[in-house]
Design a protein around this ligand. Sequence first.
Ligand SMILES: CC(C)(COP(=O)(O)OP(=O)(O)OC[C@H]1O[C@@H](n2cnc3c(N)ncnc32)[C@H](O)[C@@H]1OP(=O)(O)O)[C@@H](O)C(=O)NCCC(=O)NCCS
Length: 237
Amino acid sequence: MTEREVEPTTQPNGWEIGPLPHFASLVVKRSGDPYDNRFEDNELALLPSRAVIARRDAFRLGRAAAHEALAAIGRDDKPVTIGDEREPVWPAGVVGSISHAADVAVALVAPAGETPGIGIDVESRRYAPELNQHVPRPEERAWLEEADAEERHDRLLALFSAKEAIFKAFYPRVGRFFGFEAASVQPTEGGFVARLAEDLDPAFPPDRSFSVFCGWSGPYVLSWVILPTTGGVGPDH
Ligand SMILES: CC(C)(COP(=O)(O)OP(=O)(O)OC[C@H]1O[C@@H](n2cnc3c(N)ncnc32)[C@H](O)[C@@H]1OP(=O)(O)O)[C@@H](O)C(=O)NCCC(=O)NCCS
């Protein structure tokens, strides 16, 4: 991904979604937005029958966003099923990610030939001091502590969101759970510069950084990562 290939993009509903590369598609769906998902019945049938209504609604909205994003890259040809660890299973040759919060769902997809991994996360603004337990790295704690109380809550949510996006981008590559200490993020314009802090992925050793977009749209913070394909050290190399 290079500067030449990206431009700031705003969704029709006003969400700021960052400098998305041309090959990727990101969709934001609000509860109540119209959608057309011809695979919905097949996908809902994959949920455990005990799933509560709120869970079914979130799942449905996330899948609606996913299919709209897939259609935009010409790949809306199959249900998005559920993997062993709850990860979405995309049509062959596609990488993608889904997230939901409150009455919003987001999905981000791309052809697998363009990026080795994609992750997205959305969080609604809230007081969530319990998330502090997910900030084990000293450099990240220092960034939180230098802010006043109100700003600190926003920073905490943004940092948490960025790491959830990183987890989703790497999970299909790593194949196992890994915790919040496994990546380090440093604030930069438009989000974070991140790196894995552990040897989880041979293609992303700890000295290889990558960018995480992170931005607020009203009461929501959105984060996404599209892993770069080419070698080198530094953001998006
Ligand atoms: C799996 C996890 C990322 C989900 O995040 P969440 O904030 O609970 O929920 P979100 O709405 O943002 O995302 C849910 C979606 O994530 C996707 N997802 C679930 N498990 C996943 C996995 N293992 N890998 C990739 N995506 C996954 C699914 O699409 C799910 O939505 P769906 O069930 O409707 O399809 C989170 O619960 C988790 O376990 N995190 C692991 C720890 C971590 O993030 N470490 C940080 C490493 S730096």
